[in-house]
Design a protein. Structure first.
Length: 559
C-alpha cells in the first residue's frame, strides 16, 4: 500500500480508532479488510470503501486484507476476481500476502455451525422459502416460530451433515440461527446461516453442496483474520446485532467491531449491479469498460487518474449521513490532477481550412513550444506552421456576435504560439456553407509580439492542414438526463441520447503521434486520454476525460 493521504481529515471512524488505541483495545492494532463479492466489476462506490479500508490501515501502520466474499457460486467468476485485483492495484493499494477468500473458511464455517447446533442455537428448517417468508412477520408484527424450531440436536446435526453430502434438493432444508422470532430487528428473527446449492464453486469445485450466508460468513471471516475494525456501508447497520450475536456465541480468536458509514452515490449515474448489468447486457453501453459507466474499469479507460479518485474520496469525507454527491466534485478532482500531470497539445475537432495567402507555399516554420505552461520538466516539442492550417469551425463567425473576439471578416486573431492573422476573404460552396478562409499574417507578430502596440484579444488553436495527424476523438457527457435515474420507474427511458459523440475528422499536431504520455490537455477543449483498447499507431483514438470547466454547473445556474 503506497497511496497514503498526506493529511487525512478527521472523521468519526478515526475518532473511534483513536479512542481504541488510547484505551489499549486490540493491543493498539488496526486491521481492516476490503471484502468484495466477485460477481461484477467494481464502481466508484467501491472506490470509497477501498480508500477507506486501505487508507485507514496505512494511516495507523496497520494491515488491510483483500478478501473475496465468494459464498454464492452461481454468480461468481474468476474473471471478476482478477478484475477486482487490478482495480485495487490501480487505485494505488497493495494487500501484500493478505489475500483471502471466504471459501478458505468453508470447513471452519461448517464446524462453527455444528457448534451452534450443539448449543441449541441453530436448527435445520424444512419449510419452503415461501413459508419462511410468510412467517417472518413485519415491522409491526412478530414472526412465527417454525414447526421445526425445536428439533433435537442430534436430528439437526444429522440433517445438516446430509445437506452437506448433497442428499437433498435445493430448497428442501435450510440452517437457521435460533434467536428470537419476536425481535423488533427482522434480521434477528432466526436468520438463515446455510442454504443448499448444487452448483460448482470456482475455487472448491464440487466439494460443497451447502454454502454459508453472507451475514454468517462475514463476521467469522473477520474474526479468523484478526480484523479489529470491520468497516461497512450503512445498509449493514441493522445487521450489526447479528454480527455480534454470532461472534458472542462462538469461541473465535477475536471480536471485531463493525462500524457503518454512508456509501458513495453520484448523481446522473447508477451503481446498482443489476442495472449496470442490464445496461451492458442489452447493449446500451459498449461493455463494462465503457467510459460513461461509473465502473472503475470504465473510469480508467476514460482517463481518470487514480490519484484524482483517491482525492475525491477524501474530499467527500466519511459520515453517517447518506447523500448524493454532484458529479462535478469528482470531475474537479480529475481536472486538478490532470492540470498538474498532463502535457498540452493542439487538436482541432471540427476543422475549417485557413489559407495564409502571404505565407510562402512550401515553407514550414517549426515552432518550439512548451509541453506544460507551469512545469519546465515536461520539456518542449516542435509544431509545424504551414501555409494551410485548420482551425475550429466555431472560431469563425461571418456576422460576429457581441464580444466575439475570434475570426470574422476583417478581424484579427493570434494563432496560439504563432502570428497574428487577419481574415480577408470567406470562401463558400454552392450551398452557401463556409469551406475556407483566406487570411494574411503579420510577420512582425511572431513569439507573441505586437511591435506597434495594437491589442489582439483573441487567441485560437490550430494545426497544420498538410502535416496534421488524423485522429478519432470521442466526447462523453452524462449517461442519464436526470440527476437520480435509479429513482425513476424506467431508468432506461432517461438515457441521455447525447452521452457520446465521435468525430473522425479531427486533426492533431504531429508530435502527438510519438508522445510518450497517454493523457493530455487539448488546449481549449479539455483533458483527453489515448484509448488503450482501440488506439493504434496508424489510427490514434482519444477519449475526452473531462472538460476544462464544469459546464453542467453553468447550465444549472442558467436554469
Amino acid at each position: 500500500m503506497d497511496a497514503k493521504p498526506d493529511h487525512p481529515p478527521a472523521n468519526f471512524i478515526r475518532h473511534i480508532i483513536d479512542a481504541d488505541n488510547a484505551s489499549g483495545k486490540h493491543g493498539g492494532r488496526v486491521a481492516t479488510r476490503f471484502p468484495p463479492e466477485p460477481n461484477g466489476y467494481l464502481h466508484i462506490g467501491h472506490a470509497k470503501s477501498i480508500c477507506l479500508n486501505f487508507g485507514t490501515a496505512l494511516e495507523y501502520g496497520g494491515t488491510c486484507n483483500l478478501r473475496f466474499d465468494d459464498t454464492n457460486p452461481e454468480t461468481e467468476d474468476e474473471e471478476y476476481t482478477e478484475a477486482i485485483k487490478a482495480d485495487v492495484r490501480w487505485l494505488g493499494f497493495d494487500w501484500s500476502e493478505r489475500l483471502f477468500h471466504a471459501s478458505d473458511y468453508f470447513q471452519a464455517l461448517y464446524d462453527y455451525a455444528c457448534e451452534l447446533i450443539r448449543k441449541g442455537l441453530a436448527y435445520v428448517d424444512s419449510q419452503s422459502a415461501e413459508q419462511i417468508r410468510a412467517t417472518r412477520g413485519s415491522l409491526t408484527e412478530p414472526g412465527q416460530d417454525s414447526p421445526y424450531r425445536n428439533r433435537g440436536v442430534e436430528e439437526n446435526l444429522d440433517l445438516f451433515a446430509r445437506m452437506r453430502a448433497g442428499e437433498f434438493p435445493e430448497g428442501a432444508h435450510i440452517l437457521r440461527a435460533r434467536i428470537d422470532m419476536a425481535s423488533p430487528n427482522i434480521n434477528m428473527r432466526d436468520p438463515a446461516l446455510f442454504r443448499i446449492r448444487h452448483a460448482p464453486h470456482h475455487r472448491t469445485g464440487e466439494a460443497w453442496k451447502i454454502y454459508p450466508m453472507y451475514d454468517y460468513a462475514h463476521c467469522i471471516s473477520d474474526a479468523l483474520e484478526g480484523i479489529t475494525h470491520s468497516l461497512c456501508t450503512l445498509e449493514f447497520e441493522d445487521h450489526r446485532p447479528l454480527y455480534d450475536w454470532v461472534l458472542d456465541q462462538l469461541d473465535v480468536p477475536c471480536h471485531p467491531q463493525q462500524i457503518e458509514f454512508a456509501r458513495l452515490e453520484l448523481n446522473y449515474t447508477i451503481t446498482s449491479k443489476r442495472k449496470l448489468l442490464q445496461l451492458v447486457r442489452d447493449g446500451h453501453v459498449r461493455g463494462w469498460d465503457d467510459p460513461r459507466l461509473p465502473t472503475l474499469k470504465g473510469m480508467r479507460r476514460r482517463g481518470y487518474p487514480p490519484a484524482a479518485i483517491r482525492a475525491f474520496c477524501e474530499r467527500v469525507g466519511v459520515t453517517k449521513k447518506q447523500t448524493v454527491i454532484d458529479m462535478g466534485v469528482l470531475e474537479n478532482c480529475v481536472r486538478e490532477e490532470l492540470d498538474r500531470a498532463a502535457p498540452r497539445a493542439l487538436v482541432v475537432l471540427d476543422p475549417l481550412k485557413v489559407v495564409i495567402e502571404n505565407w510562402p507555399a512550401e515553407h514550414v516554420e517549426w515552432l518550439e513550444v512548451a509541453n506544460h505552461p507551469k512545469d519546465e520538466s515536461f520539456g518542449t516539442r516542435r509544431m509545424p506552421l504551414t501555409r494551410e492550417i485548420l482551425v475550429e469551425r466555431d472560431d469563425f463567425m461571418e456576422v460576429p456576435a457581441k464580444k466575439f473576439h475570434r475570426l470574422a471578416p476583417g478581424a484579427e486573431v493570434r494563432l496560439r504560439f504563432g502570428y497574428v492573422i487577419r481574415c480577408s476573404e470567406v470562401v463558400k460552396d454552392a450551398s452557401g456553407a463556409v469551406v475556407e478562409l483566406r487570411c494574411q499574417y503579420d510577420p512582425a507578430t511572431g513569439g507573441g509580439q505586437t511591435p506597434d502596440g495594437r491589442k489582439v484579444k483573441g487567441i485560437i488553436h490550430w494545426v497544420s492542414a498538410t502535416l496534421g495527424l488524423p485522429v478519432e476523438v470521442r466526447l462523453f457527457d452524462r449517461l442519464f438526463d436526470v440527476p437520480d435515474p435509479a429513482a425513476q420507474d424506467d431508468f432506461l427511458a432517461h438515457l441521455n441520447p447525447g452521452s457520446q459523440s465521435v468525430t473522425r475528422a479531427a486533426r492533431a499536431e504531429p508530435a502527438l503521434a510519438a508522445a510518450a504520455a497517454d493523457a493530455f490537455q487539448f488546449e481549449r477543449l479539455g483533458y483527453f486520454c489515448r484509448d488503450a483498447q482501440d488506439s493504434t499507431a496508424e489510427w490514434p483514438v482519444f477519449n475526452r476525460t473531462v472538460t476544462l470547466r464544469d459546464t453542467w454547473a453553468k447550465l444549472a445556474g442558467e436554469g
